[in-house]
Design a protein around this ligand. Structure first.
Ligand code: ATP
Ligand code: GNG
Length: 247
């Protein structure tokens, strides 16, 4: 078996600002065999336009994250195509040299996935009326096609769900102060919270891939402050080690 067949692929899922990046950094700094792939937010904030430069379009980048939050009806479909393609690229990225050489059991951890792109965000935008029914049909068609074509290369062996109330996420979002997110209301985080609960806890979201319906989910209480508390970190890491070894 090659290393790429042995590797376990896990995504970290959770509401906006629940602490995924913070948690992912903790994992990255814990074990060499754990490779973390960050969410490609900076790509969304800097869409490269250098190939299309002309007198009418002189700026080399545009901030699609900002555009989506500013005018969601106009930009949500475009955003979801771009976010999902960038997540596909992350899933397909070759293994790092460290993971290839690993004699242990390498785990690749993604911050979100092509599945949360569809079953959390795109679905939510459709339900909010920011993606119309034609756009939703087109999105689902190419999403299913690509996931089926790439097969095991985009499959997950496990999901870690960082769970916290929308109110806690709202406070953390405010503290983080990312400029594009300043207009986000609690109501939006509540809707995303419900989407996560339906998908990962109640399992009532209809998913279109057999492996995804049966994927193990580890639910972690993300309300606790773990950034500076070593005891809490230790408890979380014990759960993670057990989860990874059971996959
Ligand atoms: N367990 C925690 N307790 C208290 N504050 C936290 C905790 N985890 C993260 N934070 C803080 O909350 C803010 C958001 O965290 P982070 O950027 O990791 O969220 P995220 O889930 O990756 O966000 P996004 O959904 O935008 O990718 C940061 O300011 C971080 O320092
Ligand atoms: N509409 C929409 N669709 C997505 O697939 C998606 N993924 C992340 N985000 C937003 C949440 C944070 O503000 C910021 C960083 O996570 O980007 C998304 N927004």
């Amino acid at each position: 078996m090659s290393t790429s067949d042995q590797i376990k692929r896990v995504s970290i899922e959770g509401n906006i600002a629940v602490g995924k990046s913070t948690f992912a950094r903790l994992l990255q700094n814990t074990e060499q065999d754990w490779e973390v792939i960050a969410e490609p937010v900076s790509k969304w904030q800097n869409v490269d336009q250098t190939n299309q430069q002309s007198e009418h379009c002189p700026q080399p980048t545009s901030n699609l994250l900002q555009m989506m939050y500013h005018d969601p009806k106009r930009w949500s479909y475009t955003f979801q195509t771009f976010s999902c393609m960038s997540r596909m690229r992350s899933h397909l990225q070759p293994l790092s040299a460290g993971s290839r050489k690993s004699s242990g059991s390498p785990v690749r951890v993604y911050e979100r996935s092509v599945y949360s792109d569809r079953y959390i965000f795109a679905l939510n935008m459709f339900e909010l009326g920011c993606i119309n029914s034609t756009e939703w049909a087109v999105y689902q068609d190419w999403h299913s096609f690509l996931v089926e074509q790439f097969g095991h290369r985009v499959q997950l062996e496990g999901i870690i769900y960082l769970r916290a109330s929308p109110q806690i996420c709202m406070e953390r979002l405010g503290r983080r102060g990312r400029v594009e997110e300043q207009g986000i209301q609690l109501d939006y985080l509540e809707k995303l919270h419900t989407r996560h609960e339906d998908w990962l806890i109640h399992k009532t979201t209809k998913v279109h891939f057999e492996h995804l319906a049966n994927v193990p989910v580890l639910v972690l209480d993300a309300e606790v402050e773990f950034e500076k508390d070593l005891k809490v970190q230790d408890d979380l890491l014990t759960k993670i080690r057990q989860f990874f070894s059971d996959l």
